[in-house]
Design a binder for this molecule. Structure first.
Ligand code: NAP
Length: 810
């Protein structure tokens, strides 16, 4: 036998990891667990229990309590009490606790990994080498931020008590992504693990206790989705951080709508894995293995849609099938396997149903003829080719070891296919041509992009989605803001009862105010100055051909504006979308160009200062002096965002990658903005300017009561080189118009500064396509205050962070 034959016939023997330490820990607890509240195990009287099974063997591992309302209340009360002191604890002290947790994780590394694999079914190779090291890394990284918070994040305060709900696919890692940044920033938490995988969260509770963390800072409650729902509904919870399916994310968005609770959602995905003809195909094959068979494909960012350039597709798929024939599926505690068990039989059946659907849809099924365990919840690695891009199996998240594959011809087609999804969590791009790879990476709409690599994670880089993959980031500096609010801002408690009202957004027609005498001082009919809508860089008549009178505080008619309707909004969104995607679109222009345009807007506004001041005074009844102050502040604010146009582009992340990880602050897209009545010019400018400075295009609904500062602004825009469609302005019944905006599929975010009731509806309706929202819950802010009317909060709302990972070296 020569060496080649030796390699070809070589077999791996089993390399079992002992489960004994896991069993010993379970036995110490008599295989029954209570709830971890105030650093103590609480077993409620008459509690119901839920079984935890090992999916690889079906063996019952332990039972855990099903928390009910009383227990949820108790956990939240513990977190609230602890918040009083924890939020005041110096950063240096909080850092010491996080550091101690990180050290304890390292000390118990093996036990955590073994139990994770027993409970979840993932290979020990992954839990030992990826999940648990990253768990420690997150606590180290955030220990650092706790220490630096006072100086580096001055002007921010913790959000309060945070309810955290996590899925079962990375039980420990998801817990770390949630707990570490929250407590680092001075919040306290109540965390609910997923029902399939509750055990390592309870082991982690002991790690916390061992570190001596003050009671109530971290509380862990086990329970069903009902307990999760109770946490979401709890009035004393200030924020919900959720990771899970888009379907449940939508429920949570609606449930928390209008409540003033902060929300971050890390949801599902259907991530593209794009292979160009010039890729190193063998490396890309290993990439595919990692992308879709890591953790049995139960990964939110799994590269589950393989897109291969047509001229190499045949060769690539042949290589892939060959490689699939060498995958080893088996006991998760065997160190030499590639794939372990699916978490539960129900999940196995869902995966299998999807495979059957894809075959019914015309897909060709390939499953390698490899040894499979006889018992337990194992699924064969699966490849489906020949499907249509619109097939359900190509569009929907299967969340199992199932890869669907399509082909493309050109880079443009690859980008179009990659973006042909409602999700936007991650993507991999494979090409030896760095220009091509980076260009494609910049054009795919997703929160994480891996170049010639896949599934790289680190605490220093934020992870999170675009579109229906949710909003918010976990990790990196960007992730901290999910757990912070500006120091001047109290937790909004709007007190609006959604049960009360149903007619919100119904069009309220303007009363026809016809001036009694349309003649001017010279006795002749006045020259009419009634503004139209401002759409696509032109003034266009309102579709409905109705006008609304603008009244002074004394009730005199001081002008008229168009009464916009849904068609005007549709046209404005179309224009904003065109300006965004045009070549080169507004987002593609460099910051220098955008800054010059903002400076130019400021110059032109300043040149007409007296006219604008008189208009503000006439509309609001304020003194000319106060109106002039508003004008001057508006000019200042334009200068501020002209400055920020080329200084908020992103950062180089200090991850563990040998290479470069770049956080790019991308625009969100088309942003709908509903302005308040206070400060009709300043609020309009304060909202519009940061949005366009950061490359968004906007549809602005100006103050309903005082719209004339915005309509006068048309001429400022016309004379300032603002490309057509970047700013669109529609006047009329603000809440009626915002209802159309929030329901529009092509609007990516809505900022609403109106009533508590309107804020509820905006948040509720946004769930349809998971738009980002920013609302004021009916609480006025002082737009003249530089903290409330400008700054980082505005910039943060105007961007979404994309992290691009580029490994370097041989
Ligand atoms: P899931 O069904 O949405 O459940 C996630 C968590 O929410 C579980 O703890 C679950 O509790 C709880 N839950 C379910 N319904 C609830 C409700 N109405 N109110 C409050 N809580 C509720 O998701 P999963 O099946 O566990 O996880 C898979 C999904 O997570 C996939 O879609 C995956 O893409 C996504 N994911 C996303 C990321 C990311 O970072 N974007 C990371 C990992 C996973 P029970 O378990 O008790 O039902």
């Amino acid at each position: 036998m020569d060496i080649v034959q030796v390699f070809k016939t070589m077999q791996y023997g089993p390399a079992p990891e002992s489960p004994d330490a896991g069993y010993a820990w379970l036995d110490d607890h008599e295989r029954k667990f209570g709830l971890f509240i105030n650093n103590q195990w609480l077993v409620p009287e008459g509690a119901g229990y839920h079984p935890s099974y090992n999916p690889a063997t079906g063996e019952l591992l332990a039972e855990t309590v099903q928390a009910g309302q009383e227990e949820v209340d108790e956990a939240v009360a513990a977190a609230r009490a602890a918040f009083q002191t924890w939020s005041q604890t110096p950063g240096l002290v909080r850092a010491r606790y996080l550091y101690a947790i990180a050290r304890n994780i390292q000390k118990h590394h093996r036990l955590l990994a073994v139990l994770e694999s027993m409970d979840n079914g993932k290979p020990i190779r992954e839990s030992r080498d990826i999940d648990v090291p990253l768990l420690a890394r997150h606590f180290y990284y955030h220990a650092g931020w706790a220490q630096l918070m006072e100086t580096e994040l001055a002007g921010y305060q913790p959000v309060g008590v945070v309810g955290q709900i996590i899925p079962w696919n990375f039980p420990l890692l998801m817990l770390a992504w949630k707990i570490a940044p929250a407590i680092a920033m001075g919040n306290t938490v109540v965390l609910k693990p997923a029902s399939y995988t509750r055990l390592t969260a309870l082991l982690f509770a002991e790690v916390v206790a061992e570190a001596g963390l003050p009671p109530g800072v971290v509380n862990i409650i086990t329970g069903s989705s009902k307990a999760g729902s109770m946490l979401v509904e709890h009035p004393d919870v200030d924020k919900i951080a959720f990771t899970g399916s888009t379907e449940v994310g939508r429920i949570l968005r609606r449930q928390t709508a209008g409540s003033g609770k902060r929300l971050s959602l890390e949801l599902g995905g259907k991530s593209p894995f794009v292979v160009f003809e010039d890729a190193d195909l063998d490396s890309a094959i290993e990439g595919v293995v990692d992308a879709i068979w890591f953790n049995q494909g139960q990964v939110c960012c799994a590269g589950s849609r393989l897109l291969v350039q047509e001229n190499v597709a045949g060769r690539f798929i042949d290589k892939l099938k060959e490689r699939m024939g060498h995958l080893r599926v088996g006991d998760p505690l065997d160190k030499a396997i590639d794939m372990g068990a699916i978490v539960d039989q129900t999940q196995w059946e869902t995966v299998d149903r999807w495979v059957k659907i894809s075959v019914e849809e015309g897909g060709q099924l390939f499953q390698p003829d490899i040894d499979m365990p006889e018992n337990g919840c194992f699924y064969r690695p699966t490849l489906i080719t020949g499907l249509d891009p619109a097939a359900q199996a190509v569009q929907e998240e299967i969340f199992g070891p199932v890869l669907v594959s399509l082909t493309f011809r050109s880079p443009a087609e690859a980008i179009a296919l990659a973006n042909n999804t409602r999700y936007g969590l991650a993507a991999s791009v494979w090409s030896e041509n760095i220009n091509l790879a980076l260009d494609v990476a910049s054009k795919i709409k997703a929160g994480t992009l891996w170049v010639n690599s896949t599934n790289l994670f680190d605490a220093a880089s934020g992870f999170g989605g675009y579109r229906e993959s949710g909003f918010g980031r976990e990790g990196g500096r960007e992730g901290l803001f999910e757990y912070l609010r500006p120091a001047w801002q109290a937790r909004p408690r709007p007190g609006f009862d959604p049960g009360e009202i149903s007619a919100w957004g119904k069009h309220i027609p303007a009363r026809p105010h016809l001036p009694a005498n349309g003649r001017g001082a010279d006795g002749l009919p006045r020259v009419d100055r009634t503004p139209k809508m401002y759409i696509g860089g032109k003034q266009v008549r309102p579709d409905g051909h109705y006008t609304r009178a603008v009244l002074s505080p004394k009730g005199e008619i001081i002008g008229q504006v168009g009464d916009g309707n849904r068609k005007d909004i549709r046209d404005a969104v179309e224009a904003a979308h065109a300006a965004h995607t045009a070549k080169p679109g507004w987002a593609m222009r460099h910051g220098y160009n955008r800054s010059q345009i903002l400076y130019f807007i400021a110059e032109n506004l300043d040149a007409r200062a007296d006219e604008f001041a008189r208009r503000i005074a006439a509309m609001t009844g304020r003194s000319l002096k106060s109106a002039r102050e508003e004008l001057d502040l508006s000019v200042d604010r334009l200068f501020t965002y002209a400055a920020w146009s080329d200084k908020y582009g992103g950062a180089l992340q200090e991850t563990t990658l040998r290479g470069v990880t770049v956080a790019v602050n991308e625009p969100i897209g088309v942003v709908g903005i509903a302005c308040p009545d206070d400060y009709p010019l300043l609020a309009f400018v304060s909202l519009m300017a940061p949005a366009i400075a950061r490359g968004n295009t906007v549809v602005v609904l100006p103050s309903e009561k005082h719209p004339l500062s915005a309509t006068d602004f048309y001429q400022v825009l016309d004379t300032s080189d603002v490309p057509a469609g970047v700013v669109n302005i529609v006047t009329g019944d603000r809440d009626h118009l915002v209802k159309t905006l929030i329901q529009h599929e092509d609007v990516d975010a809505v900022w609403y500064f109106g009533t508590a009731e309107g804020s509820y509806h905006v948040e509720y309706e946004s769930a349809a396509n998971m738009k980002r929202t920013w609302v004021n819950y009916g609480i006025d802010r002082d737009w003249s205050d530089p903290h409330q009317g400008a700054g980082h909060e505005f910039l943060h709302e105007a961007i979404q962070v994309k992290n691009i990972w580029v490994p370097t070296g041989e």
